[in-house]
Design a protein around this ligand. Sequence first.
Ligand code: COA
Length: 260
Amino acid sequence: MTYETVLVDRQDHVVTITLNRPAALNAQNNPMRRELFGVFADLRQDEDVRAIVVTGAGERAFSAGADIKEFLEPPVPTRFREQRKRLDYRGEMDRCPQPIIAAIRGFALGGGLELALACDIRIAAEDAQLGLTEVNLGIIPGGGGTQRLPRVVGRGKALEMILTGARMTADEALRIGLVERVVPVALLIPAALALARAMADKAPIALRYAKEAVVSGLGMSLADGLRLENDLSTLLRTTEDRVEGARAFVEKRKPKWSGQ
Ligand code: COA
């Protein structure tokens, strides 16, 4: 399938989504939001896809946020609820059982950083500049930024970033835990793909349950989270892949996962 604003590339079990409006620094307009909604809605139901990488086309940006030029157009009226819903692609990302890795080069500002925050793991190139810059435009982050950022970097740092609208470097982002890794620009995509492949190489059901235990557990009390972990790990004991994993270890070979 071809899209107007994104590129979708599939290699074995790994899908790479590239935001593709480089002339506008990959700013997210409504067509891009709708396409991202459709792409993630499809991917989350595709059991053959085991890991997803999100990145931006061109040399300058992951995404410079919402398309500011659209701010001057009338918004989609509330009565078109279905249309409005299809602009919130991040809900579909939240429902993805696969790990999603953001590969950030250049600017990740406003909705661009919010997109990266909706990913599970963030890798930045050395030239990355990150910030929730909405207050500079008289608005606040509306794509999850006020909620996801403090959960990643803590209340004080999130408030500092959101209330000043300032940008930070990749090194600073690494220091505060906003990104997991910083790599030279040329190694960004190879590093993200290598990480995605390392995950995609694991038993598919174990991979999904491990993500579910961590992500869902973070929204629960410790006791409820431990119960969830116990339930999921008990369910996994019934899989063929669990037997295959142990057998491959004993036979000193690579496991062949059936996904059952
Ligand atoms: N929406 C729409 N277009 C955008 C954009 C955005 N968020 N960010 C950049 N662009 C466009 C510019 O309008 C310009 O297009 P043009 O050549 O047709 O004029 C092109 O991308 C290049 O951007 P430019 O501003 O010329 O590059 P720069 O190097 O001088 O500055 C930024 C780069 C990222 C600092 C600057 O573009 C910027 O501040 N963008 C807005 C970031 C932001 O506040 N995002 C949050 C939105 S809620």
